[in-house]
Design a protein around this ligand. Structure first.
Ligand SMILES: Nc1nc2c(ncn2[C@@H]2O[C@H](COP(=O)(O)OP(=O)(O)O)[C@@H](O)[C@H]2O)c(=O)[nH]1
Ligand SMILES: [Mg+2]
Length: 196
């Protein structure tokens, strides 16, 4: 499990990235999907990733040290927020592409989607981009508690289909307020780090 999680720094561009050999998992998802809540839940902290900052305004990569240098979580800005202007979208896309395509520390992606909804076009584009550059993805479907029992399997299938999800990638369903649902996640991160 995550015994220790510490915020290290934010970076607006490449000059802020950390130079060492520690592997990184980048967390992505559209704004409001529950990314900050999830990061807090898996690290047993209340305020590690600030929940509900002004949506879409965070244009920084945030680096967190996990278990004393075992790996890092890199929290990326939420994408697909309608209110950001074109310039902000471009800056975000540029920074993300730079990070995703050139960062040698990057070992995998933890991508969050809302279990209640169809993936957005942004979700589909992001996932297919990850696959096109050979990144392994752990898909985390959030807000399990908001989905009717009868819809859970149906929605999981729908999301996998919409994303054209690779069967080698793992799919997990969580409700961040319910700690039981995030217990197995740590092992999924380790598996992601150990995949080729
Ligand atoms: N019911 C429920 N609400 C959640 C869950 N995860 C996040 N939320 C709520 O969804 C909203 C957005 O969460 P936040 O973590 O700020 O999303 P972010 O923009 O992706 O970082 C907040 O009101 C959270 O309390 C979940 O698993 N279940
Ligand atoms: Mg957030």
């Amino acid at each position: 499990m995550i015994k220790q999680a510490i915020f290290i720094k934010s970076a607006a561009d490449k000059t802020g990235w950390i130079i060492d050999e520690i592997p990184e998992i980048v967390f992505v998802g559209r704004s409001n999907v529950g990314k900050s809540t999830f990061i807090n839940a898996i690290s047993n902290q209340n305020k590690l990733a600030k929940v509900s900052q002004i949506p879409g305004k965070t244009r920084l990569l945030n680096f967190f040290d996990i278990n004393n240098g075992l790996f890092r979580i890199v929290d990326a800005p939420g994408y697909g927020y309608a209110k950001v202007n074109e310039k902000m979208r471009m800056d975000f896309a540029e920074m993300m592409e730079d990070y995703l395509t050139t960062r040698t520390n990057l070992k995998g992606v933890c991508m969050l989607v809302d279990l209640r909804h169809k993936p957005t076009n942004d979700d589909k584009e992001m996932y297919s981009f990850f696959k096109s550059i050979g990144l392994n993805v752990l898909l985390v479907a959030t807000k399990l508690d908001k989905v009717k029992k009868n819809d859970i399997i149906k929605n999981e299938k729908m999301i996998k289909q919409e994303l054209k999800m690779n069967s080698d990638d793992q799919f997990v369903k969580v409700s961040s307020p319910d700690k039981k649902t995030v217990i197995g996640i740590y092992q999924e991160f380790i598996n992601l780090l150990e995949r080729e």
